[in-house]
Design a binder for this molecule. Structure first.
Ligand code: BES
Ligand code: MN
Ligand code: MN
Length: 456
């Protein structure tokens, strides 16, 4: 019988070439001009699922980007694993900061550089190759279903509808996702929590048109100045968010939980060095690991207005804008927080301006139990391939659909991510280690094997 290691050794080059093909599609979901590339990516994945041996493979249309579905049902009494991942990617900009073009995958120092290499095409493709191995070696110990979407990076809006209307088709025992990171290649970890999100946009209007900043300046409000003051007031000097009732539902971790978190391997020096910063910043009284995972945040993602072209133009702008996101933790509620934000932001606006607040997308925070059969099976899988158990660790990022799966399907998710925080996801020069890619392919079949055994 071929072992997974032998199989990887024989097919390594092809595994990489196929991933490179997948990475060449610029499947950016936020920009309509890539619609065609999105469709091509979905079809590519469909073909690869068929080739690996999946049944009932289809590209399911939605009102947005399509969902790729496929399955292998091997036995009615066997547990069913629903693999979820996303084939859409973030925009590549700022493109000039990429050392090699974002959609021409390039290997440097054992890493695959491309937009989506880690988030999430590389991690999705590990599952298809692990499945290919299980099919080829005739050892599929569980029923497997794949659901790959094209709108994760824009809030999974249409996936939510799809899940609600396809509950039967999506029946499973657990959802398996590789879209998070681990501590280091020698220190595997599994995500046991994700933050939620409220993403807002604000518009501040002064006069009804742009004005000459000499003729009117000093006498008429400048909405950019006001916006900056309003934003600055959203946090106090201790890094606490000042929106009334923002923290009402935030769960404080127990002393024991905080103690365990402080034992997670983490070097503040390396962290600062890697980011080239002299100091970290954040909410007083919490460690960097806590600030970036178990505490809520408020950040400006973009701010604009007035003249930003070449040279200088003297103008007193009519409008100023900002995109502001808040990361949420258990038991904050995305809609409630969005409303608190809107109410507060409107209330702090001076009479000299008009303010409009709108909501982009959101998602609820989640925590994953480490006592489930699935988690224990995954632990054993890591033990087999990494030689040590994964460390459970809450993560700061968001995968909004995970809470939705729980709510609509009653299913828990297992977050077996193989990326690293240094993979530069969403940044220029995103990359994914070849080690990580192959290690994922190696580890996943063991998970299925142990999960089937332990579910009996
Ligand atoms: N894969 C990430 C989320 C992630 C990354 C979780 C690293 C844990 C560790 C996902 O693709 C992502 O970027 N999600 C968005 C949310 C979405 C609504 C735009 C995020 O977290 O900003
Ligand atoms: Mn992702
Ligand atoms: Mn992402």
């Amino acid at each position: 019988m071929t072992t997974i290691n032998q199989y990887i050794n024989t097919h390594k080059e092809r595994f990489l070439d196929e991933l490179f093909d997948l990475l060449r599609f610029p499947s950016v979901s936020t920009d309509k001009k890539f619609k065609d590339d999105i469709l091509k990516t979905a079809n590519f994945l469909k073909d690869k699922l068929v080739a690996a041996g999946a049944d009932k493979v289809e590209v399911c249309p939605t009102n947005g980007n399509p969902i790729v579905y496929g399955e292998k049902i091997v036995g009615e009494n066997l547990p069913t694993v629903l693999v979820y991942g996303h084939y859409d990617v973030q925009p590549a900009d700022p493109e000039h900061l990429w050392l090699t073009p974002p959609f021409e995958p390039t290997v440097r120092d054992g890493n695959i550089y491309a937009r989506g290499a880690c988030d999430d095409k590389g991690q999705v493709y590990m599952h298809i190759k692990a499945f290919e191995y299980m099919m080829a070696s005739e050892q599929v110990p569980c029923n497997v279903k794949f659901m790959l979407e094209g709108e994760e990076e824009i809030g999974s809006v249409h996936l939510a509808d799809f899940v609600r209307t396809n509950k039967e088709k999506l029946t499973a025992d657990v959802i398996l996702i590789s879209d998070t990171s681990m501590i280091a290649n020698e220190i595997p970890s599994m995500a046991t929590g994700l933050r939620g999100l409220s993403y807002m946009e604000v518009e501040v209007t002064g006069a009804n048109r742009d004005l000459h900043s000499g003729v009117y300046g000093g006498a008429v409000e400048n909405p950019i100045n006001v916006l900056c003051e309003m934003i600055a007031s959203l946090k106090d000097k201790n890094g606490k968010i000042t929106i009334p009732h923002f923290y009402d539902k935030v769960e404080e971790l127990s002393t024991l939980e905080r103690q365990l978190m402080s034992e997670i391997p983490f070097s503040l020096d390396d962290y600062k060095k890697e980011l080239d910063i002299a100091e970290v910043s954040g909410e007083q009284g919490y460690s960097t690991v806590e600030r970036a995972s178990t505490r809520p945040t408020l950040d400006v993602n973009g701010i604009w207005g007035g003249y930003t072209g070449e040279g200088a133009k003297t103008v007193l702008p009519s409008k100023a804008y900002a995109k502001i996101s808040m990361r949420l933790v258990p038991h904050q509620d995305s809609e409630e927080i969005s409303q608190l934000f809107a109410k507060h932001f409107e209330s702090i606006a001076p009479k000299t301006v008009k303010v409009k607040v709108s909501f982009h997308h959101g998602g609820e925070p989640v925590v994953v139990s480490i006592d489930s059969v699935a988690y224990k099976a995954a632990e054993r899988a890591y033990e087999t391939t990494f030689g040590r158990k994964p460390i459970p660790k809450r993560e700061g990022g968001s995968i909004p659909i995970v809470a939705m799966f729980k709510k609509e399907l009653g299913l828990d998710s297992l977050l077996m991510g193989f990326g690293l925080d240094s993979d530069a996801i969403h940044s220029p020069n995103e990359h994914y280690g070849i080690f990580n890619y192959l290690k994922g392919i190696e580890t996943i079949p063991y998970f299925y094997q142990y999960y089937a055994q332990m579910s009996k």
